[in-house]
Design a protein around this ligand. Structure first.
Ligand code: TXA
Ligand code: MG
Length: 331
């Protein structure tokens, strides 16, 4: 089992493994990442292999801060404003690659942009300092599965594929970073995430643009099939049914078992932090479905609802495929 407590010594060993072209899982404030040296295409290819991820889905590159970001991407005033306000923290910026950008083209999956983020988690920062390289890291789950928020989740997803899993405890925020595209002074919300839209719009002074439909090509991670447990989800459930497990939110949850309440006091931050672990735990019960109570669509609720929709869309699609293959009508 490659889980190792994230001591200074372990972080140094992880940095050495990265320098040798190996992949290492590490904690961030959002979710655990599966990292590789972003300058080394062969190392980055190992990340795609471990995740069984489609090559056209580009990766986020982790850097210590703005200075390093400027050496790889074109940072305009709008992007700088976002970095000043929110870095280090749960915000990824998709920016034009500089002509002399040394980051492997595979990281960008052939696009002329690169997604950059400066994490605030102390272990992630120490690893970046020790490794002295940009670290490309998607969430450390197999492709289209739920993101890991503990070292044990990573081990369950990837076994001993990473050379090491640095254990820094559960992730403080529990949802992936918010991804923004910056083109001129237009800022587009490519993926809702752990930094709520309202905070970004306060700093920008105007609303975020939304991706046009067909934006899957601009941000392939927006593919609907994503974040899926094996058990089907039933969203906006007013009440749980026989044989289901209940994912509840808030003080009005019914008495039911099995049930996980994301936040009995109705706190969206608490709900975000518990969300992926709760999906995993309910998924293991072999229930007929996971009934999900409505979660308010403000603040972090926007990202939670986004992940819930994707998880149920993934499921609906695979059911259609099965139905078509067996010659029955799609449900
Ligand atoms: O919180 C996070 O962002 C975590 C931690 C480990 O930092 N990472 C993460 O990475 O969630 P991943 O690979 O699972 O998601 C990356 C997202 C995808 O939606 C991808 O399409 C988008 O970022 N992305 C990356 N590079 C892009 C680019 N050049 N253009 C558009 N979208 C990009
Ligand atoms: Mg992911």
């Amino acid at each position: 089992m490659p889980i190792v407590a994230a001591t200074d010594e372990a972080i140094l060993r992880a940095a050495e493994a990265l320098a040798r072209g190996e992949v290492v899982a590490f904690p961030t404030e959002t979710v655990y990442g599966l990292g590789a040296n972003a300058l080394d295409a062969a190392a980055v290819a190992k990340v795609f292999g471990a995740k069984a991820r489609p090559r056209f889905n580009p990766l986020i590159v982790h850097v210590p801060g703005e200075a390093e970001a400027e050496s790889y991407a074109v940072v305009n005033d709008t992007a700088r404003k976002m970095m000043c306000a929110f870095w280090p923290g749960p915000l990824s910026l998709v920016l034009p690659r500089r002509a002399d950008c040394a980051i492997a083209g595979l990281v960008s999956a052939g696009l002329d942009t690169v997604a950059l983020r400066a994490p605030s988690n102390a272990v992630a920062r120490a690893l970046l300092q020790a490794a002295k390289m940009p670290i490309a890291a998607p969430s450390a789950n197999r492709s289209q599965r739920v993101s890991p928020t503990t070292a044990a989740h990573v081990a369950a997803e990837l076994g001993d594929l990473p050379a090491m899993i640095l254990d820094g405890g559960p992730c403080a925020l529990g949802l992936e970073s918010t991804v923004l595209g910056v083109a001129g002074d237009t800022v587009t919300l490519l993926r809702p995430g752990a930094l709520p839209r309202e905070e970004i719009e306060k700093v920008l002074g105007h609303s975020l643009a939304m991706p046009e439909s067909g934006a899957a090509l601009v941000s392939p991670g927006q593919m609907e099939v994503h974040y899926a447990p094996d058990t089907p989800l039933r969203l906006d459930a007013a009440a749980p049914r026989e044989g289901e497990a209940l994912l509840a939110f808030g003080p009005d949850a019914p008495e039911f078992s099995p049930m996980i309440n994301l936040s009995p006091r109705g706190d969206l931050g608490e709900a975000a932090a518990k969300f992926f672990a709760a999906l995993r735990d309910l998924d293991r019960l072999g229930a007929r479905a996971i009934a999900v109570m409505p979660v308010p669509d403000r603040g972090l609720g926007e990202a939670i609802n986004d992940r819930l929709r994707r998880a149920s869309a993934a499921r609906a699609k695979s059911e259609v495929r099965v139905a078509v293959a067996s010659g029955t009508d799609a449900p």
